[in-house]
Design a protein around this ligand. Structure first.
Ligand code: 9D3
Length: 244
């Protein structure tokens, strides 16, 4: 998969993406990441990428032409299923299913804004979709672009190891994670639950499902209401509510 990011801070995007899972995926040529700086597509002496808003008001607006030319450059050799996404507070909120769908595309061009926003004509003519992280304010689109790249990359084949298919295919989909423990067995009298030391894998996976259901019920009941539980899951959740 090909990612292109239109950004005034290309080094921020490349640095962050070079770490961890995304960095490995780039090294292994499973994804490519190219950054395009609108400043490189200016023609004036001062490399002007922003200007004052018509009608007056606070702050600056990113100019149409450098953004447009940067996107055109990123679109060279693009396949028909390439999408241009503007990361913005006005967008539809990013969800796992949105990322899942996007992971089927061959190319995603992510536009990271700065200042108060972009000239509306660029959004209308050049962008296919507008995506948001949620209803809070951050300073620019770069971190949002990185979240999209990270979230999609870990869905691609051969990026995560065995964990992936196991975790993603599993019934635990749409639930919070069960609690995890590693050595030592006891820390200040806090012991690891016995069942996890039992070696009984059927028992362990039932306990984990019960914990995942129980924690989701306690912390995120909204997620449970969206899900249909199997008879077994209903039984485990009832058990959790009784005891734990
Ligand atoms: C809503 C705040 N705006 C009121 C005048 C000004 C403004 C602040 C920060 C406009 C844009 C930004 C930069 N934000 C993003 O680029 C952004 C974002 C966000 O702020 N919240 C959630 N998701 C995203 S995706 C990109």
């Amino acid at each position: 998969m090909r990612f292109d990011v239109i950004t005034l801070f290309p080094e921020m995007v490349l640095q962050a993406a070079s770490c961890g899972v995304t960095g490995k995926a780039i090294e292994n040529d499973i994804v490519s990441l190219t950054v395009w700086n609108p400043r490189d597509y200016t023609h004036d002496k001062h490399k002007t990428v922003d200007d004052r808003p018509f009608g007056g008001g606070q702050g600056m607006v990113m100019k149409y032409q450098p953004l447009h030319d940067a996107v055109m450059a990123a679109k060279v050799d693009a396949k028909p299923d390439c999408k241009v996404v503007y990361l913005s507070p006005q967008g539809k909120q990013i969800t796992q299913s949105l990322l899942q769908e996007a992971s089927e595309l061959s190319q995603l061009i992510l536009v990271a804004g700065r200042y108060e926003g972009l000239d509306e004509r660029f959004i209308q003519r050049d962008c296919d979709e507008e995506w948001s992280l949620g209803d809070y304010v951050i300073s620019g689109g770069e971190l949002a672009a990185l979240i999209v790249i990270d979230g999609i990359t870990r869905l691609l084949p051969n990026v995560l190891g065995n964990e992936q298919s196991a975790l993603q295919d599993s019934h635990s989909d749409g639930l919070l994670d069960y609690p995890q423990f590693t050595r030592p067995e006891v820390i200040d009298e806090m012991a690891v639950p016995d069942v996890l030391l039992s070696g009984n894998h059927a028992l362990i996976s039932r306990w984990r499902m019960k914990q995942a259901l129980g924690r989701t019920w306690q912390k995120r009941p909204d997620l449970l209401n969206k899900k249909t539980l199997s008879a077994e899951q209903e039984r485990l959740l009832a058990q959790f509510k009784e005891v734990d």
